[in-house]
Design a protein around this ligand. Structure first.
Ligand code: PAF
Length: 281
């Protein structure tokens, strides 16, 4: 497996592997089984897989955890190697943002709700760095986790709007025993907080199953879920959205169509996101 640190090294790697499909798995490191499942998808495409590991400062707000974001480069490289990557791209800030930056990529209304509402600039940071990675690596395919469903939708839209010739593939959420969605930020949780965090999946399951029942409105489902499961958890947001346009569904019955129950939650000081996608006919 090759370790690439500069754009020039990526281009040389590409020249040497010209004919193979090139699959990018973009990450910020602190790799876990969720990433391994994305790499499994990448490997099944039978091309060359390149994993990028870069903690992108542009997508962190001033009061967020950029400085403390878990970094474990040596372990991450070994995980990529054993998961079948042909190369790891490990740029630093000097490689990604060498001078004054004038350009940003912004995907409009898909970021009005969910995480976009409370993290201004976050998705502009994501789309800008992902567009740069796409231009540097020129993959044929890129794999993103569906735990951040809004990010996946925004990147798909960016690819469509800007004509990137790249197939975007979503990898299902991988959950720990008990249902907690895998996340690099789970490392911050104490054993007690980890136990408390299991209620997030229970609350989302309650909302999804209750939607299918057809008796309760979105408002009723959400307030019941909060009362039943989320008393020990601070809610950043929790709602049911149309999964095609990420707008909140009407507040009254019936709940219908392709839906996603999604939320962001603080367990202690750790912010966790999760979602459940489902269809009501
Ligand atoms: O999902 C992530 O880990 C990041 O947002 C991404 C896509 C690697 C961009 O920095």
């Amino acid at each position: 497996m090759e370790i690439l640190r500069t754009i020039k090294e990526v281009r040389e790697f590409k020249r040497a592997n010209r004919d193979a499909p090139l699959v990018l798995v973009p990450t910020m490191g602190a790799l876990h089984e969720g990433h391994t499942s994305l790499m499994k998808i990448g490997k099944a495409l039978k091309g060359k897989m390149i994993v990028s590991i870069y903690v992108n400062p542009l997508q962190f707000g001033p009061d967020e955890d950029l400085d403390n974001y878990p970094r474990q480069q040596k372990e991450d490289i070994e995980i990529c190697r054993s998961d079948g990557a042909a190369a790891v791209f490990l740029p630093d800030d000097e490689v990604m943002y060498p001078g004054e930056r004038f350009t940003a990529v912004r995907v409009g209304s898909l970021q009005d709700h969910l995480c976009g509402a409370g993290r201004p600039g976050h998705f502009d940071g994501v789309t800008t760095v992902v567009a740069k990675l796409f231009n540097i690596i020129e993959p044929t395919h890129a794999v993103f986790g569906l735990k951040d469903f809004q990010q996946y939708m925004i990147i798909k839209k960016m690819v469509e709007d800007l004509d990137f010739p790249i197939e975007i593939i979503g990898g299902e959420i991988i959950r720990e025993a008990g249902g907690l969605a895998m996340s690099s930020r789970n490392k911050y949780l104490s054993p007690e907080e980890r136990k408390r965090a299991l209620n997030i999946n229970l609350a989302l399951t309650y909302i999804a199953e209750g939607s299918a029942d057809g008796k309760l409105s979105a408002d009723a489902l959400i307030s019941d879920a909060i009362a039943k499961y989320l008393s020990g958890i601070r809610i950043d947001y929790l709602d049911i959205y149309d999964s095609k346009n990420l707008k909140p569904v009407p507040r009254d019955l019936p709940l219908k169509g392709d839906l996603v129950a999604a939320g962001a939650f603080f367990v202690g000081s750790t912010r966790l996101i999760d979602n459940m996608r489902y269809t009501i006919r």
